[in-house]
Design a protein around this ligand. Structure first.
Ligand code: 5AD
Ligand code: SF4
Length: 478
């Protein structure tokens, strides 16, 4: 067995990491690894957030550079990589299920290499479980090791035992790796990695390492290239994009970056995820003035109660959150706002939960991802005594979802009769002659189209109907 370098999530250790220097690492492919995938197939299965989707595009880029081609069967290929998520227990459970399924595949194809990457391997308990209970897994690597994929695959072919490389929780910045983008009109652009917020319930600061921003010049260059290649939309990615630049610049922050990217002229700029604590005036100003930054914001609130927010270590209160929402609605008229909410955080009372319902009524969110709190080992909240029953937590989730859905429908109904611009993604599942895409307010829109040659184009659609999760319309010709 190869040496394992594992990092146990530790709050004190992780908090000291800010002082550590971040290195920019340039990807290069050694001659000895070239062509190791020739004649072989691959499949990359992605779970979790957009950060993982972006990472999978890098893994895919590297695999194709090595000579592999994409398999038709996503569960059967010469190399199958699972890019995993650890944010909640049910995200992990899905991966355990797929690993079971792949076991059968490996029986019929013993040369198949199965690898597991992403956030789960950064958790020592998960890696331990893989080693003990899943002998058919050949390769385990963490979020900081993607650039080493050629070497790891090479070693997996050469060695007869598992290859494991899960590096510390800090991490460098990888530049110059090949990327195979899933789409031709929409692209992810990482602007920073990691998270230093340490919300007490969250595993991400441990699995994704410390906050580290890419050089602004590298981001601007990437977006200019995307514009030249014909991309219509970019999504700036980071666990907390509003902290962009804090680790690097004295007087250049996320708002400045938005302003600079806006000048490039790519049609649509959006970003995720934001944190209310770091959401500053410069960003509000950029939202209000940048022509290409779309009028949509995902601003996770997690709870509408000040004491729960404190216990979550969110570092803002309701007064501040209301202020941001009010300012955004005033300066960006019609802005669509979505959020994330956790119910059943340890010891949340009925009254505290009702404060969250009050907040939903105040903000009139266009949509929300809602979750029942899931304890993650190694995080401070996992040690907090929890006296809410599972039934009560589920009840709160249902009540919250009912209210969220009511406002989501309202948020869609406001577009009925209006002509909206839809960036077309492709065929819709709502009918054979239907296509779909997203509006500038990030609303999913289904519409009838005879000519299907409009993927990647922005078309005008007159909205005729609103549902909770989407709007419906007809192509509009002036
Ligand atoms: N339990 C439930 N939800 C969580 N999230 C993060 N950690 C947990 C957890 N332990 C939610 C938060 C975050 C979103 C990505 O996932 O709402 O914003
Ligand atoms: Fe997790 Fe909080 Fe960081 Fe978001 S900001 S990734 S919830 S620690």
């Amino acid at each position: 067995m190869r040496k394992i370098k594992l990092s146990v999530p530790s709050l004190t250790e992780a908090r000291n990491r800010r002082k550590e220097e971040t290195l920019k690492v340039f990807y290069s492919l050694k001659d000895e690894y070239k062509g190791i995938g020739n004649g072989k197939t691959y499949s990359v299965l992605t779970y979790g957030c957009q950060g993982n989707e972006a990472d999978s595009e890098v893994m895919t880029g590297i695999l194709e550079e090595l000579g592999y081609t994409q398999s038709d069967d996503e569960y059967n290929a010469d190399v199958v990589l699972l890019n995993t998520c650890a944010i909640r227990q049910n995200a992990e459970n899905r991966v355990w299920g797929v690993l079971g399924r792949l076991k059968g595949m490996k029986k019929t194809n013993p040369d198949m290499i199965i690898g597991i990457s992403g956030c789960m391997p950064q958790e020592p308990e998960a890696t331990q479980k893989i080693m003990e209970s899943y002998p058919h897994i050949d390769l385990i690597f963490g979020t900081h090791n993607i650039g080493n994929l050629p070497k790891l695959l090479y070693e997996a072919y050469m060695s007869k035992s598992k290859v494991i490389e899960v590096l510390s929780t800090q991490g460098n910045i990888l530049e110059g790796a090949p990327v195979k983008r899933a789409l031709k009109h929409k692209a992810w652009v990482n602007i920073m990695f990691g998270c230093d917020e340490f919300c007490t319930y969250c595993i991400v600061p441990y699995t994704r390492g410390k906050e580290r921003s890419r050089d602004k010049e590298d981001i601007i260059k990437e977006v200019m290239e995307l514009k030249e290649e014909g991309y219509k939309e970019i999504t700036l990615l980071g666990q907390n994009v509003n902290a962009y630049g804090k680790d690097k610049y004295d007087d250049y922050s996320f708002g400045d970056l938005l302003m600079d990217l806006d000048k490039i002229g790519i049609d649509r700029i959006k970003y995720t995820t934001s944190h209310p604590r770091d959401f500053d005036e410069k960003t509000i100003n950029a939202m209000a003035t940048c022509k290409h930054v779309i009028p949509w914001l995902h601003l996770p609130v997690q709870s509408g109660d000040d004491d729960i927010l404190k216990s979550m270590n969110r570092k803002y209160n309701m007064e501040r959150y209301h202020y941001i929402i009010d300012e955004l609605k005033r300066r960006v008229p019609g802005i669509a706002i979505t959020t994330d909410i956790i119910v059943g955080f340890p010891n949340e009372t009925e009254e505290q939960f009702e404060h969250t319902l009050d907040l939903v009524r105040y903000c009139e969110y266009d949509g929300a991802y809602t979750f029942v709190y899931s304890p993650r080992e190694g995080t401070p909240a996992a040690k907090m005594p929890d006296n809410i029953s599972a039934e009560e937590k589920d009840q709160r989730l249902y009540r919250l979802n009912d209210l969220i859905n009511e406002y989501a429908l309202k948020g869609n109904e406001r577009f009925i009769g209006e002509v909206v611009e839809v960036l077309v993604d492709g065929d819709s599942k709502n009918g054979e002659d239907m296509m779909c895409g997203y509006t500038r307010h990030n609303k999913l829109c289904h519409f009838k189209a005879d000519n299907k040659d409009i993927v990647g184009q922005e078309v005008k659609v007159k909205v005729t109907e609103a549902k909770t999760w989407f709007i419906v319309g007809e192509l509009y010709n002036e």
